[in-house]
Design a protein. Structure first.
Length: 158
């Protein structure tokens, strides 16, 4: 039922909020069943990619646990990209903080072209994380609106 779906999404997003806070990442928004967060906002930092990777891996673990606990027949895909964004507050009566730019679009494409239960990364994210994390090379895939992209699956810390 719609009420049950809202309760489930609230439980998932509440847990994700805790993970985002733990890794000092910024929850930007939720759109339906999509949870968007960013690192290095408002000040970029060398370690924000690693915090994002750790959070993504923990979110997958937390989701698997919750899926078993609530006997859910749903899946989770996670996408990570690294780059610059434009951030700001817009609106007059109801203010909204949001991010814009190619980095946001590419991260979204990493999620949508990913696989359930896996963290799908762009080459830009891979290059920032490869010294500290294990990856599976997915090779070059055709990404909607981007063309051919070399992508990777994040497996865990080294």
């Amino acid at each position: 039922s719609p009420d049950e779906l809202v309760k489930i999404l609230n439980e998932i997003f509440t847990r994700f909020d805790g993970i985002a806070n733990h890794y000092q990442l910024e929850k930007i928004k939720t759109i339906g069943d999509c949870y968007m967060m960013a690192g290095g906002i408002p000040e970029p930092g060398a370690e924000c990619a690693a915090r994002m990777a750790n959070a993504a891996l923990e979110m997958i673990e937390e989701f698997v646990s919750l899926k078993q606990e609530l006997q859910l027949d749903v899946n989770l895909r996670v996408g990570i990209h690294a780059g610059s964004v434009v951030a700001g507050v817009i609106g007059k009566n109801k203010f909204v903080y949001d991010l814009w730019g190619d980095t946001v679009n590419t991260a979204s494409r990493m999620e949508s072209h990913g696989m359930p239960g896996r963290v799908h990364c762009s080459e830009a994210a891979f290059l920032r994380l490869k010294d500290s994390f294990h990856f599976e090379d997915r090779g070059v895939i055709e990404v909607k609106g981007k063309g051919p992209m070399h992508t990777y699956f994040l497996l865990g810390k080294k």
